[in-house]
Design a protein around this ligand. Sequence first.
Ligand code: NI
Length: 254
Amino acid sequence: MAGLYRRLCPSAAQVHDLLEEGEPLLNDHIALRTFNLPQVGLDRLAAPFIAIGYKPCGKYHFEAKKLYAEHFEHPNPLAPKVFISELMVGQFSSLLQQTVRDLVNQVPESAMHDPAFLYGGRLWDLDYATYELLAAESEYAGWLAAHGFGANHFTVSINQLEQFTEIQEVNHLLRHNGFLINESGGEVKGSPEVMLEQSSTMADRVSVSFLDGEQEIPGGFYEFAKRYPMADGELYRGGFVEASADKIFESTNQ
Ligand code: NI
């Protein structure tokens, strides 16, 4: 998974250099995107994780963005949570619906039986005009059509870090090093009251091959999460905060 992600988010190496304190960074969660069509729906993406012991935990609705999501956890608390969202294709224009169906119909059924599809990138081809048409109606649809399957972000757990205790400090360091921070809904999403604070960089711009040539578009990004201790002293395990996740999606906006 890491190889594809480095292509989507070339600044990943810089984030690691800036924050690592001698041990690998702990990843709070990875996030995957898909369309809610039977061939490629959320359940298809979840299956390989369930096969290795992940369990469904939370469900989330993002009405304005027309997304549904679930998150999955592994009994090993050090294993990253997995957040999978799907675009509710049927709620969009008939043009978007048909365009997405034409892309998904290019996916060979056999490709979905090999768990490698999870980091296989795009299993269809499209031209740049099709990307623009989709992105105009849904940034998420455009992003997914251009990049296909793979993690769209990794999330550094800042609880692990010794030199930073506040998300704002991490954001400050990143800004100082030239990163753009996602400001939608404020630079820190969530609060101690909801037991979870998150922030994210704006996605790197990366070159993508379309049928009619290369174009630069938003790729992957980094997220930072701070979980607060619960009454039993363990860090908050309750999954995600819908209002915060809603804004994190916008990290891949143009
Ligand atoms: Ni996230």
